[in-house]
Structure formats: C-alpha cells, structure tokens
Design a protein around this ligand. Structure first.
Ligand SMILES: Cc1cc2nc3c(=O)[nH]c(=O)nc-3n(C[C@H](O)[C@H](O)[C@H](O)COP(=O)(O)OP(=O)(O)OC[C@H]3O[C@@H](n4cnc5c(N)ncnc54)[C@H](O)[C@@H]3O)c2cc1C
Length: 413
C-alpha cells in the first residue's frame, strides 16, 4: 500500500497541471496513469478510440490525449464569461497556463501555404479569420503536418513537459496503473488497480479524478450517488471535407494554423488520410492535383451519456445536425472559391475528439469546485466543462485543473 496526500488519476491535460500545482505547493502527490510511457515521437501508438454512434478519438499513455493534439491553445472571451457566470473566474489561471506552456500564435513564416490561401480566400468572401494560438516550439517545428501522430520533431509542448517539471519537484508517477476501484476506509480514500497484473492500493487524503470525460464518471460513480454523473456528454463532432485542386496541399505544415469562429461551429485548415479513401470511393481521380481540405467542428448540445457500466452513448440532436449542415455548406463555398470542383468534394465520417461535460460545474461539481456530499474527491479534467464548447479544450481544461488543485490545497490545509 502506498500512502500519499493526494492521488491524481489520469495524466492528460487536467492531471498533469493538477499534479504539478500540488507538488509545487509542497504536497505529496502520486500520479496514476493507465497507459504506458509513450514517447511524443511514437504517440500514435497510444490512440485508444471509443466506438459509439460517433467515433471518439483519445490518447492513452503518460500525457494523455495532449500527445496527439494539434497544439491548439484557445479559450474565447465568451467561454471565459460563461465560466464567470458559473462563479469560476479563470482569468489568472489562463494567463499562468499560457506562460507555463509558452502559448503564442503561429508566426507568419510558419504559416503553411495552404493556411495562407484559406485565410486569403475566406477574407475575400468577407469572413473574419484568426491565426491559431499554439503550444509549439516553432523553431523546432519541421512543418511535417503530422501533429496528430505525436510530433516527430518533438516541437510540441504537451502534458509530458508539465509532468517532467512535477517529477523534478517530487511528483511520483505510476504508469500502467489503471485505477478501477475506489472506496473509503477509516476516513481515508483508497484507490485500487492493476499494475502489470498485480493489485496495487494507494491511500490518500484527497483524490483528484482526471481520467478524461469518458472514464472519470465511471470512477466518480463509485463514490458519489448522483444520477447527473456521466450525463451531458459532448464530443464537439467534426468532419474533414475537401477535394483536389491546383494549389498547395492541406496535408503539409502545421495543422489548424488558422480558424474562423462562427459561434456554434468553426472552420480550420485540416487534412486526414481518410479523405483519400472517400475521394477514391467517389471515383475522383487526383491525377497530379493536391488536396485542399478543412475541418468543420460543431459545438454539440451534449446529449450523450457515459453509463456506470462504461457504455458510451453519443447523440447528435436535430439542432446539432442542422449546425453541421450549415458548417459543411460554408466549407463547400470556400473549397469552391479555392478551385475545388463541387462534384469532387468528399467528406469523412463524423468523429469527436473533445469528450467533456460528464461531471460539469453547476451540475455535478459545485461552483466552489467541491462535490457536495463527497468529501475529499475532486474532478480536474474535461468532465468539468458544461456543454456546449466547440473549441479546442486543452487550455480551458488546464486552467480549470490549476484552479481545482488550489482548492485541493485549501482542503488539505
Ligand atoms: C487527434 C486529437 C487532436 C486534438 N488536438 C487538440 C488541440 O490541438 N487543442 C486542444 O485544446 N484540444 C485538442 N484535442 C482534445 C484534447 O486533447 C482533450 O480535450 C484533452 O486532452 C482532454 O483532457 P483530459 O485531461 O480531460 O483527458 P486526457 O488528456 O485524455 O487524459 C486522461 C488520461 O487519463 C488516463 N486514464 C483513463 N482512465 C484511467 C484510469 N482508470 N486509471 C488511470 N489513468 C486513466 C488516460 O490514459 C489519459 O492519459 C485533440 C484531441 C485529439 C484526439
């Protein structure tokens, strides 16, 4: 049995920041991670998608899903205001996380030629484009376009960097430790799980659940009897849409280097190899032409559920489908402006990469970031975000996790 002040379960966006903050405040912390020590260069091997009516992408391994992220670090003003309305002012934490992860906009000389074309064409039609803020060491970036595979050049700043900083301050990390049982004994919280086939127990004064929005509700439900746990799952459904044209390929350079925010959906330059299959299935002959493509990402209403037995149910409402349809129409207009023929446009199936909402503030977690009737247990991941979102969540998750960790410190004191 290991004994510690705090056990943090899950080492992704939320768990990395929470554990770093806890050891920085001189508390003993253990970080449990179900996956292995996946290197940034080989992060692709950590993909652990979940099958439901929408395929949900996520990463398993030290650093969680941040290892396969595009490095986007965005929180919009309306989201900040929405959280203020919930009694959670994240202004200071957002600033601190941006410093911690060196957030800056993609510099002009690193903007991929396709992103530049996307910006020109969109602005030409009267749309307002923005350059994406990222956590990337741009001087190391080789523009290979393989952000979703990890990062061959190790240019991406991820949760791994924060975990390493935490380890220098005494953070203990247990990889391949999947926590599967939580209970209380004599005023202490006990977490159990398997490490390489052996049962391990960790006893702690406070427990921080940061296993991601698809796993945290399953764990929380063991300690907290509340029907709202696991409800309101959103995934920010997206499609990638594109076709051949005579211009720079969308596959090259930093992905999602720019975006257009329509409120309930966003458009951003994005390529996936899946498009090649869709184009081939449509009988489109690429010849010597390149592919122009972009992502349409929808802020869904969050009507999915993670049931206590782990079954994940996702659902796009009629409203979500209408928003997706509008986004696809807008993307088609831009693709046609770029020179893609309408009858040669193809689209991937709907996927989701931002699961959240399953222990949302104001629903499961109180506005003071505690859980009523569940002493010593905290949530510090995307589960906390009430839907809709429709934007890259990492900066928001990290900022929330930092605030939660400070609440945990108060609790321990
Ligand atoms: C391809 C892709 C690209 C993305 N790009 C971006 C981007 O550029 N910007 C952005 O903001 N967002 C991006 N996202 C989304 C973002 O990565 C996630 O929203 C974010 O990482 C969620 O943080 P989290 O802490 O909730 O969960 P995660 O980061 O997923 O971390 C959860 C961790 O908990 C571990 N775990 C689960 N169960 C257990 C258990 N029982 N015991 C121990 N450990 C457990 C998991 O293995 C995982 O490591 C992307 C997602 C994908 C799939």
């Amino acid at each position: 049995m290991i004994s510690t002040d705090v056990l943090v379960v899950g080492s992704g966006a939320g768990g990395s920041v929470a554990s770093l903050e806890l050891v920085s405040q001189n508390f003993e912390a253990v970080l449990a991670e179900a996956g292995g020590d996946v290197d940034l260069e080989r992060a692709r091997s950590g993909y652990s998608p979940v099958t439901s009516s929408i395929e949900i992408l996520r990463g398993e391994g030290l650093g969680g899903t941040t290892l396969v992220s595009m490095g986007n670090m965005l929180v919009t003003e309306d989201v900040i205001e929405r959280f203020k309305g919930l009694g959670v002012d994240l202004t200071a934490e957002i600033r601190e996380v941006c410093e911690l992860t060196s957030v800056s906009k993609v510099p002009e000389d690193k903007l991929p030629p396709f992103a530049k074309k996307f910006i020109d064409v969109a602005e030409g039609t009267g749309l307002k484009t923005k350059v994406m803020p990222k956590s990337i060491y741009f001087d190391r970036c080789i523009g290979c376009g393989r952000c979703a595979y990890g990062c061959p050049a190790k240019a991406k700043i991820s949760a791994l960097d924060l975990i390493k900083a935490g380890m220098q301050r005494g953070l203990k990390v247990l990889t391949r430790f999947r926590v599967d049982k939580l209970h209380r004994r004599q005023g202490k919280l006990i977490a159990e799980g398997l490490v390489d086939g052996n049962r391990l127990k960790v006893e702690c004064r406070a427990l921080v659940l940061a296993a991601g929005a698809l796993e945290t509700p399953k764990l929380l439900a063991q300690l907290h009897d509340d029907e709202s746990v696991g409800r309101n799952l959103f995934v920010d459904p997206f499609v990638t849409i594109g076709g051949p044209y005579d211009g720079p390929p969308s596959s090259e350079g930093i992905q999602m280097a720019a975006y257009i925010d329509f409120g309930d959906f966003m458009l951003s330059p994005h390529y996936t190899g899946l498009l090649q299959f869709q184009l081939a299935a449509k009988g489109v002959d690429l010849g010597s032409r390149r592919i122009a493509s972009m992502m349409v990402k929808v802020a869904d209403e969050g009507k999915g559920v993670v049931w206590p037995d782990g079954v994940v149910e996702t659902r796009m409402t009629r409203r979500d489908l209408r928003v997706l349809e509008r986004g696809v129409e807008k993307a088609k207009e831009l693709l046609i402006e770029l020179g893609v023929k309408e009858n040669e446009i193809a689209m991937t199936h709907v996927r989701g990469a931002h699961p959240g909402g399953t222990a949302a503030i104001g629903r499961v977690v109180s506005r003071d970031l505690t859980i009523a009737g569940c002493d010593g247990v905290f949530v510090a991941d995307a589960s906390l975000i009430p839907p809709p979102l429709g934007k890259p969540p990492i900066l928001l998750v990290m900022s929330l996790a930092m605030k939660v960790a400070r609440r945990v410190c108060e609790y321990l004191r």
